[in-house]
Structures are given as C-alpha cells and as structure tokens.
Design a binder for this molecule. Structure first.
Ligand code: NDP
Ligand code: OXD
Length: 310
C-alpha cells in the first residue's frame, strides 16, 4: 500500500512524502519519481500533476489535492472520471486567507500604495479615507475561505456583501446568490475580492463588463485563480481610471513571466500565490487524517464535486 506525492518541486514532494510516511503507519509515501510499483499506489497526493500521471496508477482509490482548489487536478485530460478528489482545507488555510484578505482590503482602503509613493517622493500629504463602515467590500465566493474572510472584514467594520451560487446566511454579510443577483451585488462595490474556484462559469469573470458595474475607482483583489481575470481588461481599466488599484496573488501563468506588464504597474500589488499556503508540516497532518478517514469510511467531508468543478 503506498501513496505517491507529486508537486512541481521534487524536494518538496520528498518532504511531504517523509512527513506522510510518519503519520500513516502501514503505508509508504513516496515522491512520484521514487515509485517503482504503480499498482501499489492507492492515493495520489498532488499539486498540478502532469497529464497522465494519475491515470498511470491503476489501483488508485482517491486523488488528494494539496490545496482547496481542484482545477489543477481537473486540468489533466486523462484523469479517470470515477476518482474522488479530496480537498486539503482546514482552519490553518482559512486563517491565513482571512489575514491576507484583511491585509489587501485595508491597504487599499487606507491608500497604503499612495503613501508609499509619497514617501519615495518625500511628499507630506494627508490623504484622509472614510472609516470602514462607509466602505463597501464585496466577496465573490462564500465557501470555506470566502465566508471566513467576509466575516473577518465585517468584524473590522466594513460594509460587506458576498456572492455565491446558492443562497447563504452569514452574520454581518449581505448575501447574494446566482447569476441573476450578480449586478445587484456588484453595484456600489468599492473593493471586490475574488475567492471563487476556477470553473467554466468563473473563467474570465473579472472583465471590463464586470468592472463597469463596480463603483467608480473601485479596487479588484484576485485571490481565486489567474484565469478568472482578463489581464488586458484590468490594465485598460486601471489606465483609464475606471479602477484605481488591484492586488493579484494568482495569475494566468505562474510564476508570473518576467516580461509581464503586471510586475511594474504602479497601481498593482503582486504577490506570488501565497495568500494561503499550506506548509508541508500542517498540511501533511490534514492529508493523513483524510486518508485515514477515507480508508475507514470510504468518504470524507472535503470531497470535491468534480461535475460542479469545485
Ligand atoms: P469552496 O468550494 O469551499 O467554495 C467555493 C465558493 O464559490 C462557494 O461559495 C460557491 O458557491 C462559490 N461559487 C462557485 N462557483 C460559483 C459561481 N459560478 N457563481 C457564484 N458563486 C460560485 O472553496 P474555498 O472557499 O475553499 O476556495 C475557493 C477558491 O479559492 C479555491 O478554489 C482556489 O481557487 C482559491 N484559493 C486560493 C488560494 C491562494 O492562496 N490564492 C488558497 C486557497 C484557495 P456555493 O456556496 O453556492 O457552492
Ligand atoms: C489552494 C491554493 O487552492 O493554495 O489551496 O491556491
């Protein structure tokens, strides 16, 4: 009985494998290149696996995504249809995202990029901003991390609204559901935070048409997935003043290519997909607990719905 671990970094894969082996007595976890008998692999623990890697394990019981998103697993065109996909989520991931959302929203709300520019130019100019209750922030996606982040923003005093596919109730957050409510949700939003999974319905959702529905000079914070954002539309909206700023943690191509205009744009804050990062030590405990539960019960609460795409 073995577990194969794939991440784009062989060293990281071996780290995960070592930690998982220690937590799952009776199972051997190996970095995928150390697997000599593919038929012995029962679980593939992966981040962005190459096409065909998973199909190469004939006796797999489940795929474990090393993260909340499963788009990187579904991107494999040879992925066998029947395999359950287990998401790796939990309080650690949620806490990190809640902090990161608060950081990005506050920095735009209190105009930190403008103060940093002023500092570089030795300018002393008091840019006074409204208090949080007068700032409307919209959160797209009210799942594990979206709901916690929206509640966190409400706790800071922001006027928070959230949007999901199905109706939700969240204390301190005005909730909107479905396509039909999208325009009402966007209308008046001054800071928009995207925490949606990447699916056919959300690909390209952050585009010029959507930006035009936000409050003039709004800010877009994309922490979901890069292909949800039309980068050309964002640049045009920032250059025209329709939007006043953006924070981007995820990109169409990662790592962000050296020549990307996003790097040097004065109104964009770029971070390298770190909004919520599961380190191997914490993550391996979550993965091991899920595998144990799956072995015992044949299912776990954090199974994604592959037909839905998240
Ligand atoms: P969940 O699956 O728990 O929640 C997804 C949310 O998005 C749900 O509220 C769902 O609605 C909503 N949603 C999905 N499709 C649509 C749609 N078409 N229209 C409106 N709402 C929609 O996911 P998580 O909260 O755990 O994670 C969300 C995403 O965040 C991940 O898929 C990943 O892409 C990204 N992420 C990024 C990280 C980073 O470091 N940058 C870290 C972790 C995650 P409903 O409630 O009705 O189902
Ligand atoms: C995730 C991520 O999906 O880190 O967990 O992006």
């Amino acid at each position: 009985m073995s577990i194969s671990v794939y991440t784009p970094s062989p060293e990281l894969s071996r780290d995960w494998a070592r930690m998982l082996s220690g937590l799952l007595p009776g199972m051997t976890a190996l970095s995928h290149e150390d697997v000599s008998d593919p038929a012995s692999v029962l679980y593939a623990v992966v981040w962005s696996p190459p096409t065909g890697l998973i199909a190469g394990y004939p006796n797999l019981k489940a795929v474990v995504s090393l993260g909340a998103g499963i788009d990187h697993v579904l991107a494999d065109e040879e992925l066998p249809d029947h395999l359950p996909i287990i998401r790796t989520v939990g309080t650690d991931l949620t806490q990190r995202m809640k902090e990161f959302v608060a950081l990005q929203v506050l920095l735009h709300h209190r105009r930190l990029p403008d103060f940093l520019a002023q500092q570089r130019a030795h300018v002393w100019d008091k840019l006074v901003t409204p208090p949080a209750p007068k700032r409307t922030v919209g959160v797209m996606g009210l799942g594990n991390i979206g709901a916690a982040s929206a509640r966190g923003l409400a706790g800071l005093g922001f006027d928070v609204r959230g949007w999901a596919r199905s109706p939700r109730k969240l204390e301190g957050v005005t909730c909107y559901a479905g396509e039909a409510a999208l325009d009402d949700f966007l209308n008046g939003c001054e800071i928009l935070v995207c925490l949606l999974p990447l699916t056919e319905a959300t690909r390209g959702i952050l585009n010029a048409t959507l930006f035009d529905k936000l409050a003039p000079g709004a800010v877009v914070v994309n922490l979901g997935r890069g292909p949800q954002l039309n980068e050309a539309d964002l640049l045009a909206a920032l250059d025209s003043g329709r939007l006043s700023g953006a924070s981007l943690d995820v990109f169409e191509i990662e790592p962000l290519p050296e020549e990307s205009p996003l790097w040097d744009h004065p109104k964009i804050v770029v971070t390298p997909h770190v909004a919520s990062y599961i380190d191997a030590e914490t993550g391996s405990r979550i993965v091991a607990a899920n595998i144990k539960l799956f072995e015992a019960e044949g299912t776990v609460p954090d199974i994604a719905d592959a037909r839905r795409g998240y």
